[in-house]
Design a protein around this ligand. Structure first.
Ligand SMILES: Nc1ncnc2c1ncn2[C@@H]1O[C@H](COP(=O)(O)OP(=O)(O)OP(=O)(O)O)[C@@H](O)[C@H]1O
Length: 218
């Protein structure tokens, strides 16, 4: 379960003032739940996802994920938490360009303490239509294929929390649909928590639960 209380993130604006990027009095997501995070550009969706993954330390507030209070963790504890519990699909695929597809996926699993057997890797590649492409470098894949590798990299670590930040924004409609089906199928099968920030009405419509954010949120 995710429980966020009185969460505030502020950044210096460079002119000696402070920008409030995020103000979330209360946010919860039940175990096994899926939710779309909706709001205009600048409303803090990415900032909230960063706080939930431990990538960012909020200015104030509490962030509890599966019973662990991220705001009380050291940097090292947050790195371990992220590696073991969180799968993150970013807007751009961000897969490592100098590693093959298989190496990217194996590395992610390894960081979470899992050694991927070849048949498991083959099964993952097959599940996203990338059979036989494990030895390719990302530059030799289409954008849609790269995003599917990002998805595999996220789920190879068996996350209890899957976060996606505008995962379809760089994709055409068809590839966006494929990716969202993969994510939602995975979430239903594994009962992990899924939180997906999106501007896309078609993606939003896939989620029964939606959380709306306003710019400057407070
Ligand atoms: N490191 C930072 N330093 C200063 N301001 C920041 C920083 N990160 C985010 N912000 C500001 O915080 C606000 C929220 O940004 P955020 O990226 O979370 O919004 P968003 O809803 O994800 O936007 P988008 O839909 O465009 O991706 C914005 O006003 C942004 O300019």
């Amino acid at each position: 379960m995710i429980e966020v209380r009185n969460l505030i993130c502020e950044f210096p604006d460079g002119d000696g003032r402070v920008i409030r990027a995020l103000d979330v009095p209360s946010f919860t997501l039940e175990d096994g739940g899926a939710m779309a995070l909706i709001g205009p550009s600048g409303s803090g969706k990415t900032t909230l996802l960063h706080c939930l993954s431990g990538l960012m330390t909020p200015t104030k507030g509490t962030v509890i994920v599966s019973g662990a209070d991220l705001t009380q963790m050291t940097r090292q504890e947050k790195c371990r938490f992220r590696a073991q519990k969180v799968g993150y699909v970013f807007q751009k695929s961000l897969i490592l360009p100098y590693l093959t597809v298989a190496e990217n996926i194996r590395l992610s699993a390894r960081l979470a303490g899992w050694d991927l057997m070849q048949d498991e890797l083959d099964g993952l590649l097959e599940s996203v239509g990338l059979s036989g492409k494990g030895n390719r470098r990302p530059e030799h894949l289409s954008g849609g294929e790269q995003q599917r590798v990002s998805f595999l990299r996220a789920v190879a670590r068996h996350p209890s929390l899957l976060l996606a930040d505008e995962p379809t924004s760089g994709l055409d409609r068809e590839n966006g649909k494929i990716l969202m089906n993969l994510m939602l199928d995975y979430q239903r099968r594994t009962k992990c928590m899924l939180l997906c920030a999106t501007h896309d009405p078609e993606v939003q419509a896939l989620f029964e639960n939606q959380y709306f954010m306003k710019r400057g949120n407070a």
